[in-house]
Design a protein around this ligand. Structure first.
Ligand code: C2O
Ligand code: CU
Ligand code: CU
Length: 537
């Protein structure tokens, strides 16, 4: 029944709510939430943010303590696994990897207690804080030690996140479980929630995508080979909210998914599939919050570190309909081996890597089913998507010519402007309160690099030299895709591409501040594809 409807591609109706059907006369709108038969392909209920346990939701305002420690958690059903998690207690409840929720402008005092056997530090990905509070690897503390953060949330509403950032260990610690959402809200955000009748943890759902390898006992395997260290550590299967092959039972209404790519290295080409058809969905936000107005798409790339805020409209679905969040196949454009040519089929292309030891991994670019959404209940829902989501200033203009940031490799090491990470060096220095345009150029033989800046949000101005699979997603001048719009802190740069961004390095912090610029492929980052970025007073 949905097939015909899903094929309808008309644009602009009701704010991108495009999943139109032939009217089904006489169908009752009353609740009919009978149980659905089990779906063996997606047997496990999606882990959701709740009152306690994994992804428990916490109000982050005021003072709190977060402990990084080892816990037991059944990643695969019935197989308790040893994982790492951020633990916090609030009002007698124990939360793991808490979803920290806070109002813009709130004052936070967070004590980080490192109960790991190695150094660690928490980085608040996307937040505008001073270097003392950024979680730069320079501030990593030894096992048993603590670190005190104290800052005011200057950011606008968005889905940010937090994760470890000790040098050489970020990939390993994040892989073993350390990561959480940091959700900022403001008036604009609250009015969107009201307009769409969204409830966090019910119809406004954060999703973190992470690919992992397991041994026979359901334990996580992180054993990067030389090849993995160079290309990235890819998993055998993808967990969504740490759930293997998850399903979610939905009603006939709009759902908001705040999707975070929390994988070490894997890119996703995200789409919602119903049978043979790809459904339209609506992008409402990116890394730094709501975009100006909704954009309807059928697919989008999401690279490690990036977030995408989308609406999926199920109001015209029938009970029993199933929609699958998938990653469509794509050319992973791993052109990093000198002389190697990328082939269209990701499988073949990756076979070469596999020979070096990554046999357990599913190749980057492989088609993947991530989450099955099953329509269980019919309800009445009639909320249009607001046509204006946010008032976003046009990008600032820089009086200077663009600074060139070259991504390349030498001797098996990924480099930024010819350098690898040196904790003591500050190869990029910017004056506080200046606006800079950067041309980030990814020079073959290379692979995709999601580039991230700490401490600031930037705007993407243009993509040039884009591969076809990116180019066809461009919906704005400059070759921008929906996921390039609005405020960004991480941007994917494909091989051969030059991505122009503009950053206003204004902030209220006195004295020199040292942030960083790095690739968010965590093996690249840990391998040194990272530079200090100094903002001088
Ligand atoms: Cu999410 Cu420096 O990174
Ligand atoms: Cu960051
Ligand atoms: Cu990279």
């Amino acid at each position: 029944m949905l097939g015909a409807a899903a094929a309808v591609g008309a644009a602009g109706l009701a704010g991108g709510f495009l999943w139109r059907h032939r009217a089904r006369q006489g169908e009752p709108v009353a609740r009919t939430d009978l149980p659905l038969p089990p779906d063996p392909a997606f047997p496990n209920p999606l882990r959701m943010p709740g009152a306690e346990g994994m992804f428990g939701v916490a109000d982050a305002a005021g003072a709190l303590t977060i402990v990084a420690k080892g816990i037991e958690h059944p990643l695969l059903p019935g197989k308790p696994a040893r994982v790492l998690a951020y633990e916090m207690e609030q009002q007698g409840r124990t939360l793991h990897n808490p979803v920290l929720r806070v109002r813009s402008g709130a004052a936070l005092r967070i004590k980080f207690w490192n109960a790991l056997a190695e150094t660690s530090i928490i980085h608040w990905h996307g937040l505008k804080v001073d270097s003392n509070n950024d979680g730069h690897p320079h501030y990593a503390v030894a096992g048993g030690a603590t670190y005190d953060y104290q800052f005011t949330v200057a950011n606008r509403a968005a889905t940010y996140w937090y994760h470890p950032h000790p040098h050489y260990l970020t990939g390993k610690q994040l892989y073993h479980g350390l990561a959480g959402f940091f959700i900022v809200e403001d008036d604009e955000e609250i009015s969107l929630q009201k307009a769409l009748d969204l409830k966090f943890g019910e119809t406004d759902i954060p999703l973190v995508l992470q690919d992992r390898r397991f041994d026979q006992n359901g334990q996580l395997v992180f054993a990067p080979t030389e090849s993995d260290r160079f290309h990235g550590h890819y998993g055998a299967e993808v967990l969504v909210n740490l759930t293997q092959r998850p399903h979610y039972h939905a009603a006939t209404r709009a759902y908001r998914f705040r999707i975070l790519n929390g994988s070490n290295a894997r890119l996703y080409r995200l789409a919602f599939r119903h049978g043979e058809h790809l459904l339209d969905y609506t992008v409402i936000g990116t890394d730094g919050g709501l975009i100006d107005r909704p954009r309807t798409v059928k697919e989008a790339f999401l690279a490690p570190g990036e977030r995408m805020d989308v609406l999926l409209d199920l109001r015209n679905a029938a009970r029993g309909d199933a929609v699958t969040l998938v990653s469509l196949p794509f050319d992973a454009l791993h052109m990093e081996m000198a002389g190697a040519t990328s082939v269209r089929d990701g499988h073949d292309e990756h076979a070469a890597h596999s020979r070096e030891g990554a046999r357990a991994a599913t190749p980057d670019g492989t088609e993947l089913d991530l989450l099955r959404i099953r329509v269980q209940r019919k309800i009445a829902y009639d909320r249009p998507v607001p046509q204006v989501l946010s008032r976003i200033d046009p990008p600032a203009e820089s009086p200077y010519s663009p600074r060139l940031i070259v991504l390349d490799q030498a001797n098996g090491k990924w480099r930024i402007n010819g350098a690898t990470y040196d904790m003591a060096a500050t190869p990029i220095t910017v004056r506080r309160d200046t606006v800079e345009t950067w041309d980030i150029r990814n020079v073959p033989p290379t692979m995709p690099h999601p580039m991230h800046i700490h401490g600031f949000q930037f705007r993407v101005l243009s993509r040039t030299g884009s591969p076809e699979q990116q180019l066809r997603l461009s919906i704005e001048s400059g070759g921008l895709a929906a996921t390039d719009l609005g405020w960004k802190d991480t941007v994917l740069v494909w091989p051969g591409e030059t991505v122009r961004i503009v950053t206003d390095f204004s902030h209220p912090f006195l004295g020199d501040q040292v942030y960083m610029v790095h690739c968010h492929n965590l093996e690249h980052e840990d391998g040194g594809m990272m530079l200090n970025l100094k903002v001088t007073a």
